[in-house]
Design a binder for this molecule. Structure first.
Ligand SMILES: CC(C)(COP(=O)(O)OP(=O)(O)OC[C@H]1O[C@@H](n2cnc3c(N)ncnc32)[C@H](O)[C@@H]1OP(=O)(O)O)[C@@H](O)C(=O)NCCC(=O)NCCS
Length: 156
């Protein structure tokens, strides 16, 4: 597997990311995610993992209030559970730490409102994220905020 960092990807890289988003739309993502991602790509950075000659997984991120925010991540359904998402997460952690960031933040869908997201929350927990807040008013069915500290001594 190879991992590349793309800043504001366009062209074929953007197409590959949007194709993974399309594959995850329905079971996971609502239909508004693809057009929103197309616009977000104009401003954000993405680590992409190549397996069998194609981009199979991505992790898109930005900085907000001084912390790295994962804005979207996804692995092609046929490539899930092979460690690709974990490799991207580790690469993002190294990247964020090297840039001097202390924290990574991610918002996701509460499994209580959409049970498939239990696997997603388990994935983030496995990588050391902790649920810090639930917002009932965000998105269609609420959102969970998870945070991971990149420093040894922290409240998270
Ligand atoms: C979450 C996601 C990005 C992880 O990517 P991945 O390449 O599958 O990640 P890995 O293979 O490194 O880790 C898989 C982990 O996910 C969890 N998982 C749960 N159900 C799973 C399933 N059916 N297949 C694969 N992994 C599953 C497990 O915790 C697993 O850990 P394990 O290796 O100890 O079993 C990916 O599964 C995905 O695209 N999910 C749907 C979209 C999504 O929820 N995106 C995040 C929105 S905020």
């Amino acid at each position: 597997m190879e991992i590349y960092l793309h800043s504001r990807p366009a062209g074929l890289v953007a197409e590959a990311i949007l194709s993974i988003v399309a594959d995850l739309t329905g079971e996971w993502f609502t239909t508004d995610v693809a057009p929103a991602t197309e616009r977000d790509l104009l401003f954000q950075d993405v680590f992409c993992a190549i397996q069998d000659g194609r981009i199979r997984s991505f992790i898109m991120f930005t900085s907000h209030d001084g912390a790295i925010h994962i804005t979207l991540t996804g692995t092609s359904p046929a490539y899930r559970g092979q460690g690709i998402g974990s490799a991207l997460m580790k690469r993002l952690e190294l990247h964020a730490g090297a840039l001097g960031f202390d924290e990574i933040v991610v918002f996701t869908v509460p499994p209580a409102s959409k049970p498939v997201y239990q696997a997603t929350v388990d994935f983030y927990r496995k990588h050391g994220f902790k649920v810090v807040k639930e917002y009932r008013e965000l998105w269609q069915n609420g959102a969970l905020e998870l945070r991971k500290s990149l420093r040894e001594s922290s409240q998270y």
